[in-house]
Design a protein around this ligand. Structure first.
Ligand SMILES: [Fe+2]
Length: 198
């Protein structure tokens, strides 16, 4: 029997510039990814009982299922970043030091994450750490599952799908939402993630 994933609950403080209603709707979308991944997994199992007959359906399902998985996992990285309230980056933390070592100043890395967040189309601006190359990489995944640096752990995840800002700032309000994201970000969370990687 395949594992059934449970939607996580996120305890977030009130956010500045990101409304409770927006967070509520966003978490609802996250729960949809979990639900869809589970139902697609179950369906794939059924269809694969007759793989030749269902070849086209299986092919499409396999491609789309990783979209749902990406939506599930990325939001599980995203929401906890607001937990326990905003905190600035500790320049003396392992993350602060490593960002400064690579980019000169940590702010330059943040500027790159922000620049990538401004790329056209839905997706995520992601800060990865490559343990083999001992460097950060900033990437953009359109949708939820494509464009990733395969296998690299994610230190910081910034959702820039329209659903993240539509309610509070409208379709053209991505920049204001990105400002609000960084205003509310608890850097303690990516710092802790990096502790386990460095
Ligand atoms: Fe999202």
């Amino acid at each position: 029997m395949p594992h059934t994933y449970e939607a996580k609950t996120f305890t977030l403080p009130p956010l500045e510039g990101i409304s409770d209603e927006s967070v509520k709707q966003h978490i609802g979308l996250y729960e949809g990814y979990v639900k869809n991944f589970n139902s697609m997994t179950a369906l794939a199992g059924e269809l694969m009982k007759e793989p030749e007959k269902n070849a086209l359906a299986v092919a499409e399902l396999m491609r789309r299922r990783s979209f749902e998985f990406g939506g599930m996992r990325l939001h599980e990285i995203y929401f906890p970043q607001f937990a326990e309230g905003a905190r600035t980056l500790d320049e003396n933390s392992a993350l602060g030091k490593a960002l400064a070592a690579q980019y000169g100043k940590a702010e330059h890395a943040i500027a790159e994450v922000r620049a990538v967040a401004g790329l056209r189309g839905p997706g995520w601006s992601l800060l990865y750490w490559d343990p083999a190359g001992k460097q950060f990489l900033v990437g953009f995944t359109g949708e939820q599952h494509q464009g990733h640096f395969a296998t690299l752990p994610i230190v910081l995840a910034l959702d820039v799908w329209e659903h993240a800002h539509l309610l509070d700032y409208g379709a053209a309000g991505r920049g204001k939402y990105v400002d609000a994201f960084f205003k509310n970000l608890n850097w303690g969370v990516p710092e802790q993630r990096f502790e386990t990687l460095a």
